[in-house]
Ligand binder design. Structure first.
Ligand code: GDP
Length: 369
């Protein structure tokens, strides 16, 4: 033991009165039994069988694999998705957006119960870009959608958290496939109405619903024109009590604003309605509007056309994401990037030649001449 004391520099004579003890070696895991309690990974076949039977525990586990960053999990997940694809597509996919406080959770709870009242099943998924940076997810809060969360025919899943918006969106898109294979004929995809995530949601849903509030002065609330242009329906929430006249005024303003927009690709004219999620007023009317939309796009062929366009879009998005991952996750590329970045920042190399050097190194390693 004694020589341990001597090895520490502060055990030298000049530090008299001070003794640094050597540490006690620690077992590698605190609880050696913890590992054993982990459930074994089900096979792709087991997961698919469970999903097709509508087993939500198996569905949940498969979604966890879709969201996982591990290569082993991803390969099982991709096999499950592949096998579920033939059973997918039979649903109404509805995107719901609105700024924080617009009443998304209150409304989704009420809309959800309303649609479940007609039979069938409902999955509520989310794309929340904030969870990526802050780890705290706006849409992942467990207390939201209290009634749906405990409903036997509902599956509520918070936003996947890791990765870029593209990665998060792809996972949600893949989760839709699994949910549909499990018999969920209504899919809600929720997002916060503040940024780019609307485009991602718009690219995976059939109907895009924008929740708005009235009576905050600026009636259009700086909602980006692009988001309004994507909307198939705008619903003004909190049309209750004293707020009813203001909600109706906002409705008129939104209606006239929409008239200035170019005609939609579907030929559908976006509608503007008022309702109250909290007091459950006007819910049936919102749902009737959505029914009318589906009738309209089924009849004119747009429904099918849009789904095909979305499938093509996701093919390219997936390629894009996997290419980035392959590139940026490569350790030698990562260290080369670090070095090149320093050179660019200190004016020793131009950004173009730095980029070319890194890409050359990447391509020659992957596609040797
Ligand atoms: P989210 O952030 O978009 O999910 O919004 P929430 O659903 O959490 O609602 C924000 C606040 O608005 C909550 O305090 C709700 O109780 C309230 N709220 C939601 N819907 C209505 C409504 O229809 N009428 C009124 N008066 N308040 C509502």
């Amino acid at each position: 033991m004694d020589h341990h004391h001597l090895t520490h520099p502060e055990n030298d004579e000049q530090f008299t009165g001070l003794t640094v003890n050597s540490g006690v070696s620690q077992p590698p895991v605190v609880n050696p039994y913890l590992r054993r309690r982990r459930k074994p990974l089900p096979s792709a076949t087991e997961l698919v069988e469970g999903i097709l039977k509508g087993d939500t525990t198996m569905l949940s586990r498969a979604v966890t694999l879709v969201e996982s960053l591990s290569a082993e999990h991803q390969s099982v997940a991709q096999e499950v998705i592949e096998k579920c694809l033939p059973y997918s597509g039979q649903s109404r996919r509805i995107g719901i957006t609105g700024v924080p406080g617009a009443g998304k959770s209150t409304s989704i709870d009420v809309f959800g119960l309303h649609v479940l009242g007609k039979g069938g099943k409902l999955a509520v998924l989310a794309i929340d870009p904030s969870s990526e940076r802050t780890k705290g997810s706006i849409l992942g809060d467990k207390t939201r959608m209290e009634r749906l969360a405990v409903h036997p025919s509902a599956f509520v899943r918070p936003s996947p958290s890791a990765g870029s918006l593209g990665g998060v969106a792809r996972k949600t898109r893949e989760t839709i496939v699994l949910c549909e294979a499990a018999g969920f004929n209504n899919i809600f995809v929720e997002t916060v109405g503040v940024g780019q995530s609307e485009t991602a949601v718009h690219s995976m849903v059939d109907f895009f619903l924008l929740l708005q509030l009235a009576g905050t002065g600026d009636e259009l609330q700086g909602i980006k024109r692009g988001i309004m242009e994507m909307a198939d329906g705008i619903v003004i929430n909190k049309a209750d009590g004293d707020n009813i006249p203001r909600a109706q005024l906002a409705q008129a303003q939104f209606r006239s604003a929409l008239q200035l927009f170019p005609p939609t690709e579907s030929g559908w004219k976006p509608e503007v309605l008022t309702y109250s999620g909290y007091y459950e007023l006007g819910i049936e009317e919102v749902w009737e509007m959505i029914d009318r939309y589906f009738e309209f796009v089924n009849a004119n062929g747009y429904f099918e056309r849009k789904r095909l366009q979305q499938a093509r879009y996701w093919m390219y998005e997936t390629i894009d994401e996997q290419l980035r991952r392959h590139f940026f996750d490569n350790p030698s590329i990562a260290s080369m990037l670090e070095e090149k970045e320093q050179r660019v920042l200190t004016n020793r190399q131009s950004s173009f030649t730095a980029a070319r050097d890194v890409l050359d190194a990447y391509f020659s390693a992957n596609f040797p001449q």
